[in-house]
Design a protein around this ligand. Structure first.
Ligand code: PLP
Length: 399
């Protein structure tokens, strides 16, 4: 712990795998919506580990629970139960359409599980082995394993990784007639993000989702919502499907679920889970007592501190402020999003604005190449949002 920030950065840049290009900052500590680097610089964190740190940094409830858990029990394997895991399964089932839950460690794995479950349901329960195609949307993002990049409807994520997984096809997002044309007896499932995140913070058209639900019902396809980013309060409802009033058959969660510890989950109905039997699927680390304890606390704090309402109100405030900035700064275009998943289009300047904002002590990133993405912790205050807007304005002045 004696090396200074610049010494550490030099080592990091020599040893880090080349698929990453981190900003030249070494973070040391966080509190609420604030992060501090090794030089003592403070940053307002409107990225939250990309929609992960839902309670902010070092939330006392989460920190205390994790300390207690570390002292008692970290891991036992899925050959045994722990109370932490059972309580989280029950809490998720009580709050959603799901009857049963599978735990894993990331969003990509939660989606892998969803795809495997959908195919096995069709072959073993619906007894329709020809129903194998999984449809996904263009400009979607579903993670980085081979099946997850295959489902991801963006060619740049496929580059150099062929052969991809067979049986995936892409449809234009929010295009109900393309969907009607393509749906058929070979379709096992359709996977969609209710709000595309990495693709540029693009909400689904509610009518599109309703049509999708109907077409899945008509053809026997399963509807998978990838709520890895939209789930667990991000949009101001616990799950985005509740906001859009369209219920999926399978839902994947990760990012915000653990408030910073790595946990993913695949949720589905009893009917759909009939697709798996003993031994069909597993994860060594999935749902261990450390991560399930964390997620249980996240759900409790969301309830107790009214964080859904806060996400709605602070999201409104942020969009209002961004639209005001757009009147002075032409570079800001369309401002969109739901709850605390907010995007502001700004063309080719997105990357430059992100780094100017960082110089002003505001952390955001760009999504879809042309959109500023704001996904602050759900505990963000009215004053934090005002500060973020002021810092962003200073960045825009320097553009
Ligand atoms: C981040 C993300 C994923 C991938 O999650 P990992 O934990 O990185 O595997 C999948 N789907 C969506 C919608 C995401 O935003």
């Amino acid at each position: 712990m004696t090396a200074d920030q610049n010494e550490l950065l030099a080592i990091g840049d020599r040893r880090n795998s080349p698929n990453y290009a981190p900003a030249p900052i070494v973070f040391e500590q966080g509190e609420g919506v604030w992060l501090t680097d090794r030089k003592g610089n403070r940053y307002l964190d409107f990225l939250a580990g990309i929609a992960v740190c839902s309670l902010g940094h070092a939330h006392p409830r989460l920190t205390e629970a994790l300390h207690d858990q570390v002292d008692r029990l970290l891991h036992v394997s899925n050959m045994f139960y722990t109370a932490e895991q059972i309580e989280l399964m029950e809490a998720l089932a009580q709050r959603s359409f799901a009857d049963r839950i599978f735990f894993c460690n990331s969003g990509a794995e939660a989606n892998e599980t969803a795809f495997k479950l959908a195919r096995r349901y069709q072959s073993r329960v619906a007894e329709n082995p020809d129903k194998t195609t999984i449809l996904s949307m263009k400009s979607s993002f579903h993670g980085r394993t081979l099946a997850a990049i295959t489902a991801t409807g963006q060619p740049k994520y496929h580059d150099g990784f062929a052969p991809l997984v067979p049986g995936f096809e892409y449809l234009p997002f929010n295009d109900a007639s393309a969907l009607e044309d393509r749906m058929g007896d070979d379709v096992a499932a359709v996977v969609v993000e209710p709000i595309q995140g990495e693709g540029g913070v693009r909400p689904a058209d509610p009518e599109f989702l309703k049509t999708l639900r109907q077409l899945c019902d008509d053809t026997g396809a399963l509807l998978i919502f990838d709520e890895v980013q939209t789930g667990v309060g991000r949009t101001g409802s616990l799950f985005a499907y509740q906001h859009f009033e369209v219920t999926p058959d399978i839902m994947s969660l990760a990012k915000g679920l653990g408030g910073g510890v790595p946990i993913g989950a695949t949720l589905a109905t009893d009917e759909v889970w009939q697709g798996f039997k003993r031994g069909s699927h597993a994860s060594t680390f999935g749902g261990n007592p450390l991560v399930t304890r964390a997620a249980r606390v996240v759900l409790e704090v969301i309830d107790e501190q009214n964080l859904l309402e806060n996400a709605q109100q602070r999201g409104e405030q942020l969009r209002r402020g961004l639209r005001q900035l757009a009147q002075t700064y032409d570079v800001i275009g369309d401002v969109r999003g739901v709850g605390l998943m907010v995007g502001a289009e700004c063309g080719e300047k997105a990357g430059e604005i992100v780094s100017l904002a960082r110089d002003e002590g505001l952390l955001i990133n760009s999504a879809g190449g042309n959109t500023l993405r704001f996904v602050p912790p759900l505990v963000v205050s009215e004053d934090d949002v005002e500060q973020a807007l002021r810092r962003l304005e200073r960045a825009l002045q320097k553009l």
